[in-house]
Design a protein. Structure first.
Length: 171
């Protein structure tokens, strides 16, 4: 009976958060297929730890950390460095900014080092605080600030001609 309740609670969480997790994973890795793999990995790890994580009460932070760490692990594997060969078969994204704008943003994000990209995704796409971002990335708030500052300067250089100045202040 307890096992059934556990599965129901887990399934309910997945239904509520799967779309958000896919978006986070996509922003972290820049590829729809890799993002789906990251989400699947995160959900498998979450299921194993579900009773413990649910008791602590911060399931979202735990899953974000899994996504970030799994993304790091996958980026270190040499066979993952190959480019996808099925051009044009990615599913269409939902409504949002124009395709050209999304493409420019994703191209600019792809130029950032992984650490800076992760900080930008957590801070600006997910709206996390400096302290929350530092906790998820297991680094100091100062590192988050410096990585964010460098990333925003780089994004500003790349995107300002098309969109105007971007960025924010983390002080």
């Amino acid at each position: 009976m307890a096992e059934t309740r556990r599965d129901e609670q887990f399934s309910e969480y997945v239904v509520q958060r799967r779309t958000q997790l896919r978006r986070i994973a996509y922003l972290l890795c820049g590829d729809v297929h890799k993002a789906e793999d990251l989400v699947q990995t995160a959900l498998m790890k979450l299921y194993v730890a579900w009773p413990r994580v649910q008791r602590t009460g911060n399931v979202d932070a735990y899953v974000r950390r899994i996504l970030v760490n799994s993304g790091i692990d996958e980026s270190r594997r040499p066979w993952r460095r190959e480019e996808a060969g099925l051009e044009g078969l990615d599913p269409q994204a939902g409504q949002g900014p124009a395709v050209e704008d999304r493409t420019a943003l994703m191209d600019a994000l792809a130029t950032l080092p992984l650490g800076q990209r992760r900080v930008v995704v957590l801070r600006h796409f997910l709206g996390m605080s400096i302290e929350e971002t530092a906790g998820d990335l297991q680094c100091s708030p100062g590192t988050v600030k410096s990585q964010n500052s460098r990333a925003l300067a780089r994004l500003n250089d790349l995107l300002a001609p098309q969109f105007g100045a971007v960025g924010g202040n983390d002080r």
